[in-house]
Design a protein around this ligand. Sequence first.
Ligand SMILES: [Fe+2]
Ligand SMILES: [Fe+2]
Length: 264
Amino acid sequence: MTPRAFLADLRQEVLHHPAVGHSLIGRMTMDPRCRQDFRIFSGQHYPLVGTFTRYLELLLLSAPSSRDKLWLAKVLVDEYGERSDGRDHADHYRDFMRAAGWPEGAWDDEPLHPAVTGFIEDHLHLCAHGGFLEGLGAVGPGHEWAIPTMFAGFIGGLRQAGFAEPEILYFTMHTEQDQDHGAWLEEALMTLAVDAESQARIAAGCRASLAARERLWWGVADRINADRMATLLPGIGGGTSTAGWETLRGFRARIRGLPAPAAA
Ligand SMILES: [Fe+2]
Ligand SMILES: [Fe+2]
């Protein structure tokens, strides 16, 4: 299969994956969400937002050529804030969290669903030790191709919940920037997806990322439903027990030195 045909097929696979069309997203406007739902959502989603650059930084270390590093670096420059007022994307996300009702810094003490910490650990491992092509499949097709479609769904729910446009800038700017990021990483993939083995490795990384994403959305949906249950039926334990879950602060400390970059 030519690189172009392989990437066109992979793009269709991404857009039709259950992670991208998850019911949490697909039912956003049918099943209206309120600010409190998005407060719960953001407490689980924020750790991913703050870790994405690290996946790319790890991949830079194993990129086979300067040309491949260049495409990754272009994406990183945007993630650090080049096209968003010099503020990195996690900084923008905190504006959204404040608008959703979070007191400053309280997000650090939020217990994280195992699907959230699992998503990050899987991606750190993949980008450090899983092979460059697998990692690129995860951050390119697995993230940058999927995000504009997923975020379009979230934006519908956010507007319906009454968020003003400046409060959801993180989401609206990604539906535009990630079109570019996806195209830039596709440029890199065009020169790398040259044979069946390379294509299989890229697709494997993409599928691993999307499988983790599907688990993530189920975990987030569980947190939102548990919070609603706690409000409606005080004293009734709804959803998965949070006993033993790590807080973001604890998780961040645990993964600070992990994983060690692959030896040169
Ligand atoms: Fe971003
Ligand atoms: Fe991006």
